[in-house]
Design a protein around this ligand. Structure first.
Ligand code: PLP
Length: 405
């Protein structure tokens, strides 16, 4: 059970007014707010312990190194990875996709090979693969979506050929909220001996994730979407792949020896962590994970599911409303358009009413094109949101509709 009032007190930003009324923050799929513990932990490390990791013998550096590696341990158990060195700290999901598209591509993909993406992908799980295809001459195949925003898995099965080298799909669609059946997607790919990358940017904080049980080959997520700091993220990769993949970036920490003739690379995970990483960000991320675990991911899932059902029923009562993404398996994201009102206008009017939502194509132009629209208004809900905030959203949308009538 979630005590939403107690939880809201943990988030200082939620206490403020933007114009006249207490902020209603419904833009959680873009970024989540930070609990006091994440802010305090980050501040404390800057104030008391700041020192670069891995390279110092002095106490501060040792303390920082230990805390950074503890943060890696926290991530490892959060997603139940088999080994700590399978956790690579990146700057976010985008960097994780770029890393795998580059390194996996360098090693395993050649001209005329094929990779499979889906129509629901965020641009950051499309463009890095296109860049890889430009370098190698490989081709992209796309799993089509149905009108409800689900992936057509029988069409998916037909996309495989002996040239398929990797599948990369999101766990949860950021613009529609669909929870993809990644267990099945992985199972089908593995029947063809093809590895699977899961973009977990919208998946990890809404429900429990066990990478060993899923048997995914890669899983990535961003700290800032999981109540942690910006500029930090995670790439999980199975040891066997990470060991075979060449480094993505060169620099300090990722080497064992350097001469002008030849450089040898460090072991995992450092081979993929060139230069000074966002080590305090990693420690902040670990504070966010501990905070989420204290609430319990199953509790979060159940509470947010209640919010989703409540919001969907209420929003549906607004005349001329169109909801995009009506899968039966959804997280708490509702994308919609009201009559002929432009999504930007709706978003701007809601802002004046102290409601923060996102408008536009949500970096998912292919699925917007499929629906024949430019964009939507997206309300994305978190465990710190309430049913009375949803009532206020519906009331405000009705007012906006009247104003535009
Ligand atoms: N993938 C999905 C599904 C997303 O929703 C996002 C961000 O909205 C990303 C990838 C990119 O995440 P980041 O900008 O944190 O790297």
């Amino acid at each position: 059970m979630i005590d939403v009032n107690a939880i809201r007190n943990d988030f200082p930003l939620l206490q403020q007014k933007i114009y006249n009324r207490q902020l209603v923050y419904f833009d959680n799929a873009a970024t989540t707010q930070k609990p006091q513990t994440v802010i305090d932990t980050t501040n404390e490390y800057y104030q008391k312990y700041n020192s670069n990791i891995h390279r110092g013998v002095h106490s501060l550096s040792e303390k920082m190194t230990e805390s950074y590696e503890n943060a890696r341990r926290t991530v490892k158990s959060f997603i139940n990875a088999q080994h700590q060195h399978e956790i690579i700290f990146t700057s976010g999901t985008t960097e994780a996709v770029n890393l795998v598209a580059f390194s996996f591509g360098e090693k395993f993909i050649k001209k005329d090979d094929e990779i499979i993406l889906s129509q629901l992908e965020h641009h950051s799980n499309i463009v890095p693969w296109q860049l890889m295809c430009e370098r190698t001459g490989a081709k992209i195949k796309v799993i089509p979506a149905t009108y409800t925003g689900d992936l057509d898995l029988s069409a998916y099965e037909r996309l495989f050929s002996e040239k398929t080298k990797i599948v990369s799909v999101n766990h949860v669609s950021n613009s529609l909220g669909t929870i993809n059946d990644i267990e099945k997607i992985i199972q089908i790919a593995h029947c063809h001996n093809v590895p699977v990358f899961i973009d977990g940017a919208q998946g990890i904080h809404h429900q429990p994730v066990d990478v060993q049980k899923l048997d995914c080959d890669f899983y990535a997520f961003s700290g800032h979407k999981i109540y942690g700091p910006t500029g930090i993220g995670v790439l999980y990769g199975k040891e066997k792949w990470l060991n075979e993949m060449p480094p993505y970036k060169g620099g300090g920490d990722m080497i064992k020896t350097v001469t002008f003739e030849k450089t040898t690379y460090n072991d995992l995970p450092f081979k993929f962590e060139a230069g000074t990483t966002n080590f305090i960000g990693a420690i902040g991320l670990s504070a966010a994970i501990k905070y989420i675990e204290k609430i319990g991911r199953q509790n979060i899932f159940e509470y947010e599911d209640m919010l989703l059902k409540y919001a969907t029923e209420k929003i549906k009562t607004i005349p001329d409303i169109r909801i995009y993404g009506t899968s039966e398996n959804k997280i708490s994201v509702i994308s919609f358009l009201v009559g002929k009102i432009h999504h930007f206008d709706t978003g701007m009017m809601l802002d004046k009413m102290d409601i923060a939502v996102r408008t536009g194509n949500h970096c998912t132009q292919p699925i917007m094109k499929f629906y024949g629209i430019e964009g939507t208004v997206r309300a994305s809900l978190s465990f710190y949101n309430t049913t009375s905030e949803i009532d206020y959203l519906v009331e405000s949308l009705l007012k906006i509709k009247q104003l535009f009538a």
